[in-house]
Design a protein. Sequence first.
Length: 824
Amino acid sequence: MTLDVDSERFVTQLVARMTLEEKIGQLIQADIASVSPADVSRYHLGSVLAGGNSAPGGDVRASAAQWLTLADAFHAAALAPSTPDHPAVPLLFGIDAVHGNARIPGATVFPHNIGLGATHDPALLEEIGRASAAEVAAIGLDWTFAPTIAVARDPRWGRTYESYSEDPHEVADDATAFLYGLQGRPGTAEFLGYARTLASVKHFLGDGGTVRGRDQFDDRASEQTLRDVHGSPYAAALPAGALVVMASYSGWQGTKMHVERPLLTDVLKERWGFPGFVIGDWNAQEEIPGCTRDSCRAMLSAGIDLYMAPDSWQGLYEHLLADARAGKIPLARIDDAVHRILRVKKLAGLFDPERRVQRARAAPLTELGSAAHRALARRAVRESLVLLKNEHSLLPLDPRGRILVAGAAADDIGRQCGGWTIDWQGDHNSNADFPGATSILGGIREAVTAAGGVVEYQPDGRYTERPSAAVVVFGERPYAEYQGDRETLELTPEAANTLALLYRLRAAGIPVVSVFLSGRPLWVNRELNASTAFVAAWLPGSEGGGVADLLFAPRDGSAPREFTGRLGFSWPRSARPVRFDAAGDTHGALFPRGFGLSLSPRAAAATTAAPFTEDPGVASNSAAANLFQAGHVGAPWSVFVGDADGEVRLTGARQPSPRGLVTARLIAPDLRVSWSGRAGGSLRFGGRASDYTALARDGAAVVIRYRVDRPPRGSVRLGILCEAPYGTPPALAGEPWYRCGLRDGASFDLTRTFRASDPGAWNTLTLPLACFQTTGAHLEWVDSPLTLVADDRFSLRISEARVAAGEREPGDATPCPTARGRGG
Ligand code: BGC
Ligand code: BGC
């Protein structure tokens, strides 16, 4: 991109007039949950963000008008302390508008990237980018952390749905189109003009290629794969006008990307001539060896320009300032980072008073969820649907028939939308959170009723009158980031109910269309076999009407709309991910990338042949939860180390807690944990909250194989944590444990057990879940089945940890530890 001389001069002059404090402030981005407009003026902060759960007044259901008010307050604060000597620098305010401005109730929610990739329609993506930009601008924000241009290579990765395709060229094309839409085309007057939004391409580099698809872990790809697969979308995004690159939490060959200077600086900035700035990811400094939550100049040295420091902004600001004053950071690096940030602000028009007036005057909240945007989203849904099976040319259905609609996801807009919707995980939403939106059932009702047909909706499929056809909607529940990681590509347990439902309908001779909602291709051979027709609908978003548009023939008898969606990802033949060989060819696909049937009878015949194997190809695992085994943290579990300053997830070989009080080390095959003894801290296995009551009844227990390396000097408690009531801030050690319904928390004092075990000898600890119930704990929302809290020096290694059923016979009297929990 060519930089214009006047802008460059403007920025150079501005930087020259800034104090060191003002410069450091530009390098820091705080989260609105932890910073006030007054802080922004006082520290001259360059940027704020609204994190996945952050919203005006802490209420993720705040209205668009409240967002606008909040944005105005922050923008005004940045501009307030202006003096002729130190002109105010406008603020960049970013949000994860990753599938439309979907954090805002009432916004248009577009299909997630995996669905957009299946449309193979860059012109559509450009329009969606433009509409998304308008909806972001409508609430007074300037910037989105999108698009993700990861090339996801293992669908066990929880972020697969943020990826357009497994193919780098497709991702490159989609990224280019989407950037054109969000920002306008570079070199035209539209570029970053009014109602366009600054984009971010993320996560640089190799996020989609981590080992076993574990989020934020190490990518061990060869340099060639890193360049040709994961790098090529960036090579396309830069000329398309990308001005912000977000670094990846993941590492490459053992080095975290946030300190990978050869790639951030030498390749991206120097060799490729990237003129914009690199933003770090959310508190990424905590995962960098040698850094702490409050201090990490190594990231700046490596090439990070803007620190995403949600709640750590003040400490980082102060340490960077002190380091700069002490000469530990070259001034030239600081000036370069500031220059890059200001250059982007200048190019984004933020210094333009006219732009500000436009923003203030227009306040086009009407853009949010407008009829035009919803129509566009509905079209995107239609184009994203991939038809995998259409036996006997069942589709399109006759809308004048009697249609049974069933399945847990048929009338659930939250499930259509997936993660990054209203809040981070998107798993607390009901239809009421989506004013103006349409569920898949809603769309079917509209189409069928208008044609004179009848819809019967029974989530469990138990109809009152025999239908002419059934539409069953099922699939994954919402998740985001590592909470979506999986060990295999099997469907979750609830799928068993769906299968039973499909069998029942088939036995009754009722033709069934399965509509499958998922953030990735999953192993669904049994469901495919049991369905007459099968449609992969991805995560379609707020406009569920797009599904009915293709399921039903037009009522006027005109030609039906065609299925044009084609897979952007190989669909696996077993519950193992497909494998890519060195040449980039895939092995193990049931349907290759590019597959998708049209309505023609010939296409339908193609899948009418033999049924697919019903062997998932993975060992069925009787353990309810494998937390840790053979040096591997089992998905969707994560290890967190915590202390009074919060928690950090282990994603590398060694991870200290924010204050360094607890350190976890992965030294295969063991997990070694040590408490420094300076103050208390915790080790926690956390995942997705689930109901453990049935498991407890079946005698399930938490089982740990461990050895004590250094006996506990103080007390050690072992407990479970439950999901906190919605909206509670994350668990901090030192605060009471998330209580599982108990005032004092659900934990046992195991100090004596650990003191009594010989240092160096391996032991097995079995703690029946029912023991927690004897303390009165409720097990409906357990999200950590294993948490260890020590208040003084202690170290142990764990070789295996699991929650396993059948560890205790019903009626068995394995004693529960006696000492009752007294809080964390
Ligand atoms: C994610 C980013 C996101 C950021 C802000 C991080 O955890 O990795 O993709 O933009 O949070 O919410
Ligand atoms: C935030 C997200 C962020 C995530 C990172 C969440 O609490 O809301 O924005 O991406 O943490 O772990």
